[in-house]
Ligand binder design. Structure first.
Ligand code: MF3
Ligand code: CO
Ligand code: CO
Length: 272
């Protein structure tokens, strides 16, 4: 399917129905999607390498070195390095850190920790963005449930994806499942369009109402990256580094992120 042609044909129909439609520049061409897919393959390999090497006693700086070296070796560029002065090649967020934890030689992974590694690769100018949760040694039942529910929430969000589904369906699926399990969804940070740039439109909220929001067209590429807390959804920004977000009550937080594309019959995961 020519996604641009399809957009030009279908957008007026949804617009006439009074529904919010994406701008034309939110639709990627087949060539651009292929580029993002290649960046995604590299990003997946990097996270696979992290998975194979992450262990108790390792510092988060060592994780960053694995990511950095693998990215360069595979012909990519780490998107976070130097992005708005961010100093490292990935984000490593431990326990009550919600996101944007900065790798450091002082942060040593210990038994029972849960850690998110978030990695974005630029390859031939195209961006792919994904993150995974890792458990260090033996974790508590509550931590295991948090990771399971977070992954399930993303899976349920993916199930809503098809041509002309709505952005609000994604947020609804996530928050409904999370609340049913007694956890909370962070509202302040969302997913985003991605591919030609790091953060593009649309903004993808992880809460919402069904049948509301932007109509999703084939050729749209974006991330879904819910951050889920055991306790309050409230968070605060680390004033010392201006990056790292923490849960307000010190409870555990988990996150998983995929880059996806809406296709003519559903969706495809480009980075996980
Ligand atoms: N990868 C993060 C995201 O999912 C963004 C990190 S920006 C950084 O959007 F500068 F903190 F690395
Ligand atoms: Co992202
Ligand atoms: Co990310």
């Amino acid at each position: 399917m020519d996604y641009i042609k399809n957009y030009e044909e279908m957008a007026p129909k949804y617009q006439k129905l009074g529904m919010p439609i994406p701008r034309r520049d939110m639709i990627k061409t087949a060539e651009q999607i292929e580029g993002i897919r290649e960046a995604g393959i590299i990003n997946n390999k990097i996270l696979d390498l992290v998975a194979a090497n992450i262990r108790v006693g390792m510092s988060t700086l060592e994780i960053d070195e694995i990511v950095h070296n693998a990215t360069i070796e595979l012909g990519g560029v780490p998107a976070t390095l130097g992005f708005e002065c961010y100093p490292k090649s990935c984000c490593t967020s431990i326990n009550e850190q919600v996101c944007h934890g900065i790798p450091s030689p002082k942060d040593i992974l210990k038994n029972g920790d849960i850690v998110n590694v978030d990695c974005t690769t630029i390859y031939k100018g195209y961006y792919a963005d994904a993150s995974r949760m890792f458990q260090i040694g033996l974790i508590t039942e509550e931590a295991a449930k948090l990771i399971r529910v977070t992954k399930e929430a993303l899976e349920l969000a993916l199930k809503t994806l098809k041509p002309y589904s709505r952005l609000g369906d994604i947020g609804y699926a996530i928050e409904h499942h999370v609340k049913q399990n007694g956890f909370s969804v962070v509202h302040e940070i969302g997913g985003h369009g991605v591919g030609i740039d790091f953060h593009e439109d649309p903004y993808v909220a992880h809460f919402g109402k069904r049948d509301t929001g932007l109509v999703l067209f084939p050729g749209m590429v974006f991330t879904i990256e819910p951050m889920i807390n055991v306790g309050t959804r409230k968070v605060f920004l680390d004033a010392a580094n201006n990056w790292t977000i923490y849960t307000m009550d010190g409870s555990l937080s988990a996150q998983v992120e995929h880059t996806v594309v809406i296709t003519e019959d559903g969706f495809e995961i480009l980075a996980y």
